[in-house]
Each structure stands twice: as C-alpha cells, then as structure tokens.
Design a binder for this molecule. Structure first.
Ligand code: ASP
Length: 342
C-alpha cells in the first residue's frame, strides 16, 4: 500500500478529499543528518525527502513543496526573510492551497516568525516548525513537529493566529515566542503572555488569541540597524562605532526597566544628534521598559533625549520592527507609535 501511495504521490496525483498545504523548506536541524565522518549535523534533506520519510503526512494533505533554501538558520538574514515573505504570499495566493508550513532552523526562528508576521499579506495560516534533534536521531522531534504543523494548518479555519511557531505541541505567537533552551525539545516559550494553544492527538486546543496585528510593507532596501548590549561598566564605544558606520538605527539592550550607564547615555545622545533612531530594550527576560528613572542614562532621561522607550520586544525583534518602520516615519513620535502598537 505504501509503495502504491508513494508512487501516486511522486506522480503528483492529488487526492481530492484532503486539502493542499504548502511546505516551504529553508533548512535547519529538521533538514539535517549527522555526518558519520565528523559527527557534526549537516544539511541533508529536501522537502520531498522529508514528506517521503513521514508516511502520516500523506494521510493529512496533499503538498505543494517549495525548497527555498537549505541552510543553518544562523546564516539567515532579514533580506532572506523579505524574500521568503514574498515566496509565502505568492505560494498562498494560488487557489486551493489552504496554508503553509515553513521548516526553519530554530536558532533564529523566533525572529523569522516575527518578520514574516509583520510582512506577509495573506490571511492564510503560516506555521513555522523545526527540530532540536536531527533526522539521524531515532527520537528526532522533526517528524511530530511537521505533522503537527500540517494538522494546525488544516484546522485553522477556526483560528486567525497569523504566523506561529509550533514546536513540541505548543503553539506560540510570532510576537511572543522566544527560544529558551539550547538543546532541549521544549525550547520555544511565550513567557508570561502564554501560548496560543496546544496540539494533542491531532486536535488543536486554543488557550489564547493573537492580540496584536501589525502589517508593514517591505522597503526596497532595509535600513541598517545594529544592536548594542549594556552591562555594568560598559562604554559607549560600540555606539560610537555604529555612528561611524552610519547606521540608520541602534537598538540598545539596556539593564532593568530601560536604563544605561552615563557613558552609554552620552553616546546615545551623540547618535540621536546624528539623526540615528535609538530604541531601548531590556536584557531582562520579562516585563516592559519604562521611562521611570531620571538620572543620566535612566529611562526617563533617554526618552527626553529622543530615544524610544516602550514595550517588551526582545532586541532582535525590536531591530526587525525598527528596520521595517524606519522608512515609514518622519520623526521619533511616529516611530514611537509603531512600538506602541505591537
Ligand atoms: N543550528 C540549527 C539552526 O538554527 C538549530 C536548529 O535548527 O535546531 O539552523
């Protein structure tokens, strides 16, 4: 039976009573195997290979496979996600395709999902999945994650969750998802905001709804935005270096509720003088930044100086929002509004 089924599938025979889902592959551990010579994980599988190796997938849907790339997600760039966003829209514009599962490396999956959430135009569901254990591992989490991604797409007429990261049965919004563990299959979490839902036994259970929906156009050229990390005793040198590099924006990952030391503060003033947008985030995993403290470098002084001090986006996501919002704004107040909306 399996052979006959695979034969029909390889001929592109579509089964009318099951939906068609796009599988767009980009790489990551889910597409890797262990190289027996080195013991290292290396890119190995195409979309067709993955579907072929997971018989259950064929009972759930027909597939439109798009092999976008096969790279480790540490090599991904916002420019590549801009292209991926267009490929997703083009693919989902085709009638009959009900949604897409995107396979992606987990290292930058949270950022990828956020960029896609902000930029894709389609209303159809887009589910990012990956794996923490590659397909040489007998307990790889890739196959169940891929199956659950397809199950979510097939049942998501009941939900409008936009782009999600769905791993280890948990459904995370692109807005809130963070990678929290380097090697464990339970790595993606949504912190105090909570998961959107859970998948068990082929059924999707909803816990929450997507709260914020913000859509932004992709500019022809994405501005350059750097991230600078603050710590006790840090200097403003990296900010001054960014000014020399003529960046368009800087995200400063501050301490606490949005505070930096005096030298960082002075460097931020220089950046603002050079017309560089500065957004303050925090290295604390949960909670917002606030313009609370008035000393030189406190959140209140940073806001008075013209930095954007609002929200709880992690730095990497704040950077992506800044890259997309900067071409749309004329001043700091308009920029602030984008960070307020998300
Ligand atoms: N190195 C991998 C990546 O991000 C990790 C993974 O996929 O789990 O591409």
């Amino acid at each position: 039976m399996k052979t006959f089924f695979s034969f029909l599938f390889s001929l592109g025979v579509l089964f009318a009573d099951i939906p068609t889902v796009a599988i767009i592959t980009t790489g990551g551990t889910i597409a890797e195997k262990t190289d027996p010579k080195t013991g290292a994980s290396i890119p190995a599988s195409s979309g067709a290979d993955m579907i072929e190796s997971i018989p259950e997938l064929k009972t759930l849907a027909n597939y439109k496979i798009v092999d976008f790339s096969n790279i480790d997600s540490s090599q991904m760039t916002p420019q590549m996600w801009a292209h991926l966003s267009q490929v997703i829209d083009d693919t989902l514009n085709k009638p009959g395709i009900i949604g897409a599962v995107i396979t992606h490396g987990t290292d930058t999956m949270a950022e990828a999902s956020f960029f896609l959430e902000l930029t894709i135009k389609t209303d159809k569901p887009v589910v990012l999945v990956g794996a923490m254990k590659n397909s040489s591992d007998p307990y790889s989490d890739g196959p169940p994650n891929l199956v659950n991604g397809v199950i979510q797409v097939c049942s998501s007429k009941d939900y409008n969750w936009g782009v999600t990261v769905t791993m280890n049965q948990y459904i995370n919004s692109a807005r809130n998802v963070v990678k929290t563990q380097t090697t464990n299959v339970q790595t993606f979490e949504s912190g105090e905001k909570g998961y959107l839902g859970y998948i068990y036994n082929k059924k999707v259970y909803q816990f929450n709804n997507r709260l914020k929906k913000l859509k932004l156009p992709i500019p022809n050229e994405l501005p350059r935005v750097d991230i600078v990390y603050d710590y006790a005793g840090s200097t403003g040198d990296f900010i001054r270096h960014a000014i020399d590099k003529k960046v368009d924006g800087i995200v400063v990952e501050s301490v606490g509720a949005g505070n930096v030391n005096k030298d960082m503060y002075e460097a931020i003033l220089e950046a603002i003088d050079h017309n560089i947008a500065v957004v303050i985030t925090t290295r604390v995993p949960h909670g917002n930044v606030f313009p609370a403290y008035g000393d030189e470098g406190g959140g209140s002084s940073l806001q008075k100086a013209g930095a954007v001090v609002i929200g709880d986006l992690p730095s990497a996501k704040a950077r992506l929002l800044l890259m997309l919002a900067l071409p749309l704004v004329k001043n700091n107040e308009e920029l602030y509004q984008y960070f307020r909306k998300i």
